[in-house]
Every structure is written in structure tokens, then in C-alpha cells.
Design a protein around this ligand. Sequence first.
Ligand code: ZN
Length: 349
Amino acid sequence: MPAALGGLTVDRRRFLFAVAATGAAALPFVPRPAKAQSRTAVVDLWRSRIGAILARGGLPIIDMQATYLAETNIARMIEFMDRLDVALIAFAPANAPNSQPSLALHGRYPDRFIPTTNSGEFPRWWNNPAAFLAGVKNELKSGQYFLMGEHEFRHYPSPEQVQAGQSQRDITIPIDGPAGDALFRLGEDSGVPFQIHYDVEDRLLPPFEAMLTRHPKAKVIWCHLGMVRYPDRAKLYGPAYVRGLIERFSGLHFDLAVPAPNNIYRPSGARDSTIYRDGKLDPAWRDLLETHADRFVVGSDYRLPIEARYGDNIERVRSLILAALSEPTRQAIAYGNAWRLTTGSAWTA
Ligand SMILES: [Zn+2]
């Protein structure tokens, strides 16, 4: 959005000016290592960072869903991370020819950012998913990536796009077509988890279940738990349906990147965050999170137009979701499950 981008530019200039005035030593800059570190070394760095937050009584969060652009104000994100006990962010690059920007960011701050392949939220994915995934397949061979970004199969225009009168991100790519097949197969063959954006419609559920049946080893993260933008089209979906899926498909996970309880999706007029009731986590959804505590992760859905709201979004996950859960469930959802999905092993201090 021009207004938001304009504001960001000013902030960034101010920041750069402040750095020039005070000297770059104030920046928490970790020099880029001469060559890529081993996965073990990287995982050790992450363990230390999480351990340090736990040691001072904090609840570390691994933010598994965030979109990275060249304009992202990393210094500001680092401030957010330190203030909010966000241990790690999986930044998936958008509007880039490949996933390299995520690796470069990780190279500068190896203890903070999870190397993540391209986000499928921009035209290179919609226009040619086969080429997009061929690139990702090649990149995964390096062994340096821990997660694949969010791939849009059904996506209604985002709130920012609605506000701007744009509908170019009304996306439909059949999940059981060639693109879905290539992604699920890549996930299964590589063992690397991947994220999907799949706005809920009853008619879209059978093909999704067919894919989960066909690719039982794929680690799928279905983003935005309980986000329903057209309730008339999604009568089957709810905590009971999700429970059924979880019990049938052991690789299926969900992230908690959801709008605020009172948010209205303007095109339909629906209150789209259905995991809340009366401003609190709905008991039926809370029971599901408790019963299947190993299937949910935190995501901020960070994107540039809402950068300033990152703190509010993380605080809301903490106060409305994590605080409503038992201690073991809270630990699993805040970082334990994300740790297991990205590193391949259960969390140990
Ligand atoms: Zn999404």
C-alpha cells in the first residue's frame, strides 16, 4: 500500500540516519560466515537462543509464517524479536527470482532466521507453479533450507488488497492437479515441511483429503487455522472436521496466523476468525489444541503493509491463545512443534 510503504520508507531513513549518527556498532550485526555452516552448527545456535529465553523465564516463540521482501526493515524486526521473545522467524522470500534472499538473511543473522524457500504468494508461483517448484527442488539439494514457504492454492484477496480495490490475488490452483502433486511429492521426498494457503470451501475439502491420502509422509502446514471468509461456502469445516483430519493424517499441521476475534472480512461481511467466541479462544477449538498439541505452530503472517502491527499480532497469540492453554501444550505450540518440524528432532535443551 503506498501509504504504508511511504511510512516505512521514512522510518527506514530515520533509522539509517540514526545509525549514521551513532555509529554502526549499535547494530546487532553478526558477520556473514565465510561459508555456510553445517545444519548441526545452525541448530546449536537456535538451541542456545531458545534456551536463553527459557532460562530467564520467557516463553520463546518460533514464528513459522512470515513473508520477506527486500524492503523488510530487519533492524526493526530484530527489535520486535528481542522485545517479544520471538526466538526465530522463518522468512520466506517473495518477489525474488529464487530463495537466495532467505539464505543471505540467515547468513547475516544465523541465530535468528530460518532458511525458508520462496513464498508462493506472488505471480511467479501462480503463473508457472511447475517452474517455481523445479527451482525449489534444486535449491533443497543444498541441504541449507529447513522449510518451504506458503503456497497459495485457494486465496481470496487479502484485506489490504480489498481496501485497495484489487482482486488479482483471487487465486485458484487445483490442489490435486500437477502443481499440488509436485509440491506434495517434493515434500515427501525431501522431508522438508511446506505451507499451504487454502481458503476453506466445502468443495475443496475432498481433493485436499485425497492429496493427504496419496502423500502420507508429506509434512503439510495448513496456514490460518479456523479462518473462514465465506461461511456459506464452508459448512463442513470446524473443530470436529479438523480433529477428524488430524486423526487420519499424521503429517498434517496447522498454523495459528489468524485475524483478531472481531475482524470482519469485508467482501463477505463474515467474522473470519472462527477459533474465537466472545473475544476468547472457543472451548471447542481449545480442546482440539489440547488433545492434539503436537499439530499446531505459531505464525505471524508478517507482511510489509502490516509491519507496524507485528508486536500486536504476537501479543494477541500470546494473550488469547497460548495463555489459554496448559503449560505442556503452550510449550509445544509456541516452539516445540516448529522445532521438530524444522530440525527433524524433538526439542531438547
Ligand atoms: Zn496465507
